[in-house]
Design a binder for this molecule. Structure first.
Ligand SMILES: [Zn+2]
Length: 454
């Protein structure tokens, strides 16, 4: 098969995500990167066409490791504003129990497009609300991701402990353990793609260890092991959670996680903030992945993820915007900036650099998702590329374009490529009209929010 070659030529700056030099651009053939061109060099591969990127910065497509797409329908809902995690959740569950199929499809498209416009080529979602009539939520999400042309790491979430069992969510959004496990197996068999060119992968993801029963946590770990898929959940987001866990289980969250067979490299955790030094060492030894969510953690005043200690201990750190009810926007390149600002408060200006936070958003996230052929520019990797323009007021006068991407606050791509195909050009998605999508999404959000008294 002959496939034409394309050279992204002479960018203003390139972030490769590794120690190699591609200062004069990258060459793409088919769905792969076939050559990195060092400063002052020209490609050795015969070139069919090129794009001059001299006023643009190119990075590997950004990878979001944690989100709740349905929450785009409940951004800034008045009854949930200015509340810490638990009361915030209790209010919003009453809204979310009314989600339907059209809402989940539209919310997935909207959040996905929002992420893609901000540079993301691979997006993970954690969906755990399955009210009656929405049993096929993940199938609907697969369709929505396919319509966007990006990659999706979709997680089959679950909740089995409702209010009547002492849990937080209303009984109307929980499912029985048998239903959850059978659907998890069905989704893995149907959609989990292990191939080199995979667009969809499935992981298993109880909402939190405290919204499902102990047997379900253990059975989920066993099912993931049997099918060789990943495990995902929220952990150590707040001190409230530590107290809740000590009261209910007589142990801290990480001890509980270990007791249900989840302290393994198969697991990635959203947030990962409130750990002791000993716990950080145990997480690192087990090579657990962490989805670092700086905006959400600041908005809910949850705390600061100890990324440096976790990384030193052996954990992979990926970046995530978290759900739109606890961040309100889904912008990956802006999230890298948030990480830089927040982490500098803890670790200082010298250690926390643009390279470091872009590393979280690219190869760090790829490692968290065990998605080995994305997240960096290297020969043989999938051609997922974000192209950010510097032709804006905010960039005028920059000395280092790569640092400017983070500190001047880039917020949208000029172009986005997934598997060698342009899916966004001139800031516009090739298939989706954003105005029509916004109109539909706003109508559905209004309907959903009207179903509960604020
Ligand atoms: Zn979350």
């Amino acid at each position: 098969m002959l496939t034409k070659t394309l050279w992204l030529k002479s960018p203003a700056a390139v972030f490769t995500g590794n120690s190699t030099n591609a200062d004069n651009g990258i060459v793409i053939q088919g769905d792969k990167i076939v050559e990195l061109v060092a400063a002052g060099e020209t490609p050795t591969t015969p070139i069919d066409s090129y794009i001059d990127c001299s006023n643009q910065v190119i990075t590997p497509g950004l990878i979001n490791t944690h989100h709740h797409f349905y929450q785009t329908l409940t951004r800034c809902v008045p009854g949930a504003l200015n509340k810490p995690l638990f009361p915030w959740l209790k209010f919003l569950y009453k809204v979310w129990q009314n989600l339907d199929e059209e809402m989940i499809y539209t919310a997935t498209q909207l959040a996905g497009l929002e992420l893609m416009v901000s540079g993301a080529t691979c997006i993970s979602d954690h969906h755990y609300v399955f009210p009656k009539g929405l049993e096929n939520a993940i199938d609907i999400q697969v369709d929505a991701i396919n319509s966007l042309g990006c990659r999706g790491a979709l997680t089959r979430g679950s909740m089995s402990l409702g209010e009547s069992d002492g849990g937080l969510p209303p009984d109307s959004v929980i499912q029985t353990e048998d239903v959850i496990l059978a659907d998890s197996q069905r989704l893995i068999s149907r959609y989990h793609d292990r191939s080199d060119s995979a667009k969809i992968r499935i992981a298993l993801a109880p909402c939190s260890p405290f919204s499902v029963s102990t047997p379900l946590m253990k059975d989920t770990a066993a099912l993931a092991e049997k099918n060789d898929v990943l495990l995902h959940t929220h952990l150590a987001e707040t001190e409230d959670e530590n107290n809740f866990c000590l009261r209910e289980y007589g142990m801290r969250p990480l001890d509980y996680l270990e007791s249900v067979d989840w302290l393994t490299s198969r697991t990635w955790l959203a947030h990962g903030i409130h750990f002791t030094e000993d716990e950080i060492q145990r997480l690192g030894k087990a090579k657990v992945g962490i989805a670092h969510c700086p905006s959400s953690n600041m908005l809910l005043a949850s705390g600061i993820c100890p990324t440096v200690e976790l990384q030193q201990a052996g954990c992979n750190i990926g970046l995530a915007v978290d759900g739109s009810a606890s961040n309100d926007c889904s912008n990956m390149i802006q999230e890298a900036r948030q990480s830089l600002l927040q982490q500098r408060l803890r670790y200082g200006a010298e250690l926390i650099t643009a390279d470091r936070v872009l590393g979280f958003a690219t190869q760090g996230s790829a490692k968290v998702l065990h998605w080995d052929n994305i997240g960096q520019f290297a020969v043989g990797m999938q051609a997922d590329v974000a192209v950010f323009g510097l032709d804006e007021l905010r960039f005028s006068g920059v000395g280092s374009p790569l640092d400017a991407l983070v500190t001047c606050g880039a917020h949208q791509v000029d172009k986005l490529m997934v598997a060698g195909q342009w899916v966004i050009e001139d800031g516009q998605h090739s298939q989706i009209n954003p105005q029509q999508l916004i109109e539909k999404h706003q109508q559905l959000a209004k309907t959903l929010q009207s179903k509960v008294s604020m």
